[in-house]
Write a protein that binds this ligand. Sequence first.
Ligand code: GRG
Length: 308
Amino acid sequence: MPVTTKSRGPASRGPFDLEDFLATRTAAVNRALDRFLPRATARPATIHRAMRYSLFAGGKRMRPALCLAAAVACGGDEAEAMPLACAVECIHTYSLVHDDLPAMDNDDYRRGKLTNHKVFGEGIAVLAGDALLTEAFEIAARCRGWPRYPHQKVILELAGAAGSLQLIAGQVADLEAEGKRISARQLRYIHERKTSALLCCSVRLGGMSANCTPAQLEALTRFGYNVGLAFQVIDDILDVTQTSEKLGKSAGKDVAAQKATYPAIIGLEKSRAEAKRLTKQAHIALSTFGAKGDALHALANYLLEREY
Ligand code: GRG
């Protein structure tokens, strides 16, 4: 994945090499996911091929990167955070597979490839999503567990972000808002749950794997919340400003489906300003981490400036 900018941390420090960070962490996450998942040939092979098809379709691995970077910010070890980084990516991929189904967003392309149901059929795509969600909890259960954050807290964290009060709540509200005029407040409700909750959970889990203090967890929560909202505002902007080729998924779908988005409600320029404001809040939340937070600062800038 090309990363054109070297991101600079606070003035006293040199540039953080985000390109190298993303390349090495993506490779490490891919290796770990490959180890955690059943082989493609394990019976019944169809489901394992379908799970792997979407999981290894070229996603940006932003949630795992945030999880690993949060572990480092709290003085932890990336290897300890790796099962949690992989678990979050499995939940994210499940949500994309299901979101692309005809009963939901009905999309033909994702991550630059045909969607799961276009290749394997709707039944297998539903099951592949189900299996990825289940797999996430199996992988997370393999983490070591930490004094402040035993397995129960880790599993509750994941379940909370993925459940009917967060990720699924956001998707339900999004479906129900289609074709309707909704307020910026209602849109915020959708974005907080559909997007921000899992990004926030990713950084919180990274912190937990470092046995972070309550104050560090609070700072990561503020960072994750703001970066998660900024991520979705940018995603809405890209849907109207970029081509399908660049995005690897169908562009312009939000307008076509009369989806409530930030550009639709407050316009493009105000949406850009809002993404910047949220990113600034995310940076402010990191002040307590000093140089250890450099990767998180760089990721927040990258997400703001991304073009796909
Ligand atoms: C089906 C329960 C359920 C939820 C679906 C993921 C989702 C919720 C909807 C997909 C559409 C959408 C705009 C989701 C918000 C989150 C988002 C921007 C996902 C795309 O994340 P990226 O850009 O994707 O990190 P890659 O492919 O790079 O991993």
